[in-house]
Design a protein. Structure first.
Length: 394
């Protein structure tokens, strides 16, 4: 396993100057909203992306934990796990338009690859439930063999390979593979190690499980359920983030101030890269924006570390606020802004994406470590403990 260690002195020096900005061009307006789930204040903040201000605070009767955008309409779905409730919020009215509930305690939710339904994972009872987007009424149900902790959905490859759900149970150390079309569990995989988090590979042919207590990841063959390889890691995996082609998987977790780079299809742990203090949530931009950036939240130092994942070099460090968590980007193709949720300070940090990779005059960055800082565009108070967000355009 190769190792690339960026100077800690360089990281700290860059972080110290990150708040110092320079001249900025006027931002391009985006007609739409960023909906932010505030777990502490039981609300969803609708941030207007034209004015970069909170347009509306939408109160809920239970604490939200996750937000996903409707695939084709200006709406979002908000999950309140403790109540087992999904709320639909309409961007036109900035109000709850519908709600659904199919259990007592939920774990997570995902939009189906076809974009026609929402699948919600419940722990009480142990089921996976379909909510068709046209009705938002509970449809197909998959009964699970053990209490679930997390899940992922595969992508559709062809008619002979239908969409599957992989549902992990940490206590039972198993992964259930379920056919969504038939609404049945087809196979249960004995994971061996505790499956702390799981993710399908890009083509749906492999399943990757992070094993936090054993500091490893295991890759399974989906068709057979057999273990392909188990790879030891220098940290306890807590977060996954993959490039759009699935060729690189980035892993962060407790035990090392670094990002581990894994090549899933080569079954190889390729490199370990220093990425600031206590790296956590991540995001990548590798689409039509023309940038190849890996952004890593550093909760303890209140910043994000930005790396170029083509050569794993440090691009920038940005001071964003207290306790940065989820990182997301405004829609393609331009990907104009990076949005960071600061869970402890209760605000949304906004960074111009191009500021991460270019100097003020637009030239590509060729700077020394002390100059590798980028300014914030703005900081927006959104509520108490923001934990999840999604962007919709009008």
């Amino acid at each position: 396993m190769k190792s690339t260690i960026l100077s800690r002195r360089a990281l700290l020096a860059a972080a110290a100057s990150a708040a110092v900005g320079c001249g900025r061009k006027k931002a391009t307006r985006i007609p739409g909203y960023c909906f932010v789930a505030n777990q502490g204040s039981r609300s969803v903040a609708a941030v207007n992306l034209e004015t970069f201000r909170v347009q509306q605070q939408i109160s809920l009767d239970s604490a939200p934990a996750a937000v996903v955008a409707h695939p084709s309409k200006p709406k979002v779905f908000v999950l309140a796990p403790g109540a087992g409730t999904v709320y639909e919020i309409d961007a036109a009215t900035l109000a709850v338009s519908r709600r659904a509930r199919a259990g007592n305690l939920a774990v997570g939710m995902l939009i189906s690859p076809a974009g026609d339904s929402l699948w919600v994972l419940y722990r009480d009872p142990a089921i996976l439930v379909e909510l068709p987007l046209d009705s938002l009424k509970p449809g197909r149900r998959v009964r699970l063999p053990s209490p679930p902790d997390s899940f992922d959905l595969s992508t559709t490859r062809d008619r002979d390979n239908p969409v599957l759900a992989a549902v992990a149970s940490r206590t039972h150390r198993t992964i259930a593979l379920a056919s969504l079309g038939k609404a049945v569990v087809q196979r249960t995989i004995a994971a061996g190690a505790e499956p702390s988090l799981i993710s399908f590979g890009q083509d749906g042919g492999i399943l990757i499980a992070g094993n936090e207590p054993e500091r490893s990841i295991t890759i399974f063959d989906v068709a057979t359920g057999k273990t392909v390889v188990r790879l030891p890691l220098p940290l306890a995996p807590r977060h996954f983030c993959a490039t759009s082609d699935g060729g690189q998987l980035f892993v962060t977790g407790d035990g090392m101030d670094a990002v581990v780079v894994v090549f899933p299809y080569l079954t190889e742990v390729y490199q370990t890269i220093l990425a600031g203090r206590a790296p956590g949530a991540m995001a990548v931009t590798d689409d039509a924006s023309g940038l190849s950036l890996l952004m890593v939240a550093n909760r303890e130092t209140g910043g994000i570390t930005v790396l170029d994942f083509n050569d794993y070099t440090l691009v920038a460090i940005v001071a964003v606020g207290q306790g940065p968590g989820q990182i997301l980007l405004t829609p393609a193709p331009e990907r104009q802004y990076v949005l960071v949720l600061n869970e402890r300070s209760g605000d949304l940090a906004v960074i111009r994406t191009r500021a991460l990779a270019t100097t003020p005059n637009g030239a590509q960055r060729q700077l020394n470590a002390r100059e590798r800082s980028a300014p914030l565009f703005t900081l927006i108070p959104v509520g108490e403990r923001p934990v999840s967000a999604a962007v919709v355009t009008l």
